[in-house]
Design a protein around this ligand. Structure first.
Ligand SMILES: C[S@@+](CC[C@H](N)C(=O)[O-])C[C@H]1O[C@@H](n2cnc3c(N)ncnc32)[C@H](O)[C@@H]1O
Length: 274
């Protein structure tokens, strides 16, 4: 049952499934294929068709590289500072609760719309998946009072936190982005971490990307906010950040990815609360 579930969330799962099955995979997500379901693969194929792209079996896609980057970044953050509170906003088909080696005592909160969890948990349960941390579902719309629901689920505002905001920010209009970043900063102490990705204005403007934009419009999930300086954006909201491009991540992992277009601009951010 995928009614009401974000098609782009299913698309990401389809890419994770493809990566999991690729020789030399950057990560293994044993649940991705079922979570993606037929709709996820159909969506991925349609986006590729309208974008004029084809999937190469020999190389990881942008989604695979992004997933691996955040896998590593989130584990580095919790281990480096003994953080035991992790929040994944717009969690979609994220299965890190089940596949990452979390430190003992980790409390992980996933925030997304109810339909997401209605799709996801029964599939994971039917596969016998067991979270490797204390896992809390927070069914909320990030434009409403999601903070109240997060607090009601047990979130401790005074505790050091890792926020993971992967594949979400640019689906929100700009005023909502600024509000969200302020909310995150207000909810956690200095030293907390914010991991997220942003969309560069070239993704809005490049004529060559019109087919890809049309695909997202057809899905009802167009990108709505952009920045050419993610570090400055985070700085304005209380975070000191480093940024990396997908091409840099690929190079670090020994993968061959052409450093062109949006792959070459720094879009992956790792921030710390001032
Ligand atoms: C592209 S998916 C990415 C999912 C996940 N972070 C990942 O990387 O696999 C975006 C997710 O954000 C969620 N989302 C978008 N806008 C939202 C909102 N206003 N409130 C709650 N969730 C939202 C969607 O339901 C979807 O699951």
């Amino acid at each position: 049952m995928t009614e009401g579930v974000s098609r782009t969330a299913l698309n990401v799962a389809a890419h994770r499934a493809r990566e999991t099955e690729r020789a030399g995979a950057l990560f293994i997500d044993p649940f991705a294929r079922q979570l993606a379901s037929r709709e996820g693969f159909a969506t991925a194929a349609e986006i590729a068709r309208l974008s004029g792209l084809s999937w190469q079996d020999s190389t990881p896609t942008m989604f695979a590289l992004r997933t691996r980057y955040f896998d590593d970044a989130v584990l580095d953050a919790v281990r480096q500072d003994d953080v035991r509170q992790v929040i994944i906003l717009g969690a979609g088909m994220d299965t890190r609760a089940y596949r990452i080696d979390w430190p003992e005592g980790t409390q992980l909160y996933e925030v997304d719309r109810r339909e997401t969890f209605d799709h996801k948990r029964p599939i994971l349960d039917s596969r016998g998946a067991r979270p490797r941390c204390a896992l809390h579902d927070v069914c909320a719309d990030l434009r409403d009072d999601w903070e109240g629901l997060l607090l009601a689920a047990g979130f401790a505002p005074g505790a050091a936190t890792v926020w993971l905001v992967e594949g979400l920010l640019y689906y929100l209009p700009e005023p909502d982005v600024h509000r969200l970043l302020d909310q995150l900063a207000a909810l956690c102490p200095s030293g907390s971490w914010l991991l997220l990705d942003v969309a560069h204005p070239m993704m809005r403007d490049l004529p060559a990307l019109q087919g890809w934009r049309d695909a997202l419009i057809a899905l009802g999930e167009p990108f709505r906010s952009f920045t050419d300086d993610g570090c400055a954006l985070l700085d304005a909201h209380g975070w000191v950040a480093d940024a990396r491009s997908i091409a840099q991540v690929a190079r670090d992992l020994g993968c061959e990815v052409e450093a062109v277009g949006s792959l070459a601009v720094p879009r992956l951010l790792c921030g710390r609360r001032r």
